[in-house]
Design a protein around this ligand. Structure first.
Ligand code: FES
Length: 128
């Protein structure tokens, strides 16, 4: 019987694909056994990533493809009802997300590449 090996890290993109407070890099995941989307941003020099799912209503949030930050560039904004999230940790800071937060995806940057790390809840979506 063969054992299915789960990856401990997944290459996401080149580091320079994430521009400070610029467009996000999207990626497909499996969240709680269902297909979903996630996105990575660079904020305050660090890559951060979250499931693309508002804490108010579980819908995708980008107001334009891969655009998640508001006009100030300081907050992730949901395009549906305007919930605001802190890009540093995904916590709700205003609007109808009621003190909840985004689901974080662990990411790291090394040797010019960004990697993300699957968890018990979040697994890669392989298309092969
Ligand atoms: S669905 Fe995001 S604020 Fe309502």
């Amino acid at each position: 019987m063969s054992e299915v090996l789960k990856p401990t890290e997944v290459e996401l993109c080149e580091a320079d694909a994430l521009v400070e407070r610029g467009p996000a890099v999207p990626f497909d995941i499996v969240l709680w056994s269902q297909g979903a989307r996630a996105f990575a941003l660079r904020f305050d020099g660090r890559p951060v990533a979250y499931v693309n799912r508002c804490a108010h209503v579980p819908v995708e949030m980008d107001w334009q493809p891969n655009q998640f930050l508001d006009d100030s560039g300081d907050w992730i904004i949901c395009s549906i009802h305007g919930a605001l999230y802190d890009p540093r940790d995904g916590h709700c800071v205003g609007g109808p997300c009621r003190g909840e937060g985004l689901i974080r995806v662990e990411v790291d940057e090394r040797d010019g590449k960004v990697y993300w790390y699957p968890s018990g809840d979040i697994q890669p979506a392989f298309t092969d």
